[in-house]
Design a protein around this ligand. Structure first.
Ligand code: ADP
Ligand code: MG
Length: 226
């Protein structure tokens, strides 16, 4: 039996309310365990694409299947549960909560409800933090951490639930080259160790050789990325 792709878009079009057509994707698939980079000029729809795959945005037409679910057919609660429990998401702005410690930020999924196996999440959090070299910083609040450490907390939060799909929107955009390399090493190692697929939006072309495949959003509308 052929394995179902982790992500499959077909004939998708999306426009923000009152806006012009912003993104059209004829066909795009990500296979289980596949590590894919996404490039494209600013404003070409990279963040929009990530949001469609995560069910944050719903397409005007076409189909987005993520981890076997037709995203537009899920309820709001179902879409949130998919993001919280099955997708690891990392953004350029780390979006850490300032009043929570690093550990509390990493295990945020259980504060938001719906995580049944807290012990597994706690173990996943500690494992990810140790692999990221921040195991000794877990009691600190975000403002007591450097930029690179904060980004590693955000990565650990995305990885703690052991997701089968990791979505990253310019996760290294604010980091110096050393920190960028460390973040990418961690994400790729974690994805390979757990068999997770990854889609990473990046402007950094030096990183592209480390991925299995590169999707250029400028070419996607023609089906060239499928
Ligand atoms: P990228 O991430 O590649 O820079 P985006 O996906 O953020 O591109 O944006 C694609 C297009 O959609 C841009 O023209 C942008 O101005 C527009 N856009 C993004 N977010 C919104 C929004 N919330 N409302 C209206 N238009 C938006
Ligand atoms: Mg963007």
């Amino acid at each position: 039996m052929a394995t179902e792709p982790v992500v499959r878009l077909s004939a998708v079009s999306f426009a923000y309310p009152g806006g012009a057509l912003c993104l059209r994707v004829e066909g795009m698939e990500i296979a289980p365990g596949e590590l894919v980079a996404c490039i494209g000029p600013s404003g070409s729809g990279k963040t929009t694409l990530v949001s469609l795959i995560a069910g944050v945005l719903i397409p005007n037409a076409g189909s987005v299947r993520t981890l076997g679910r037709e995203v537009s057919a899920l309820t709001d609660a179902g879409q949130r549960k998919l993001r919280r429990e099955e997708i690891g998401m990392v953004f350029q702005e780390f979006e850490l909560l300032e009043y929570l410690t690093a550990m509390e930020n990493i295990t945020l999924a259980w504060r938001l409800g719906g995580v049944t196996n807290r012990e597994a999440l706690r173990r996943g959090a500690i494992q990810a933090a140790q692999a990221a070299g921040i195991g000794h910083l877990l009691a600190r609040k975000p403002r007591q951490l450097s930029q690179g450490e904060r980004q590693r907390v955000a990565l650990c939060r995305a990885l703690a639930t052991n997701p089968k799909l990791i979505l990253c929107d310019e996760p290294t955009g604010n980091l110096d080259p050393m920190a960028t390399s460390a973040v990418l090493d961690l994400l790729l190692a974690q994805a390979r160790a757990t068999g997770a697929a990854m889609l990473m939006v990046t402007h950094n072309h030096a990183l592209l050789p480390r991925f299995d495949r590169v999707i250029d959003l400028a070419a996607l509308g023609d089906g060239a990325g499928a």
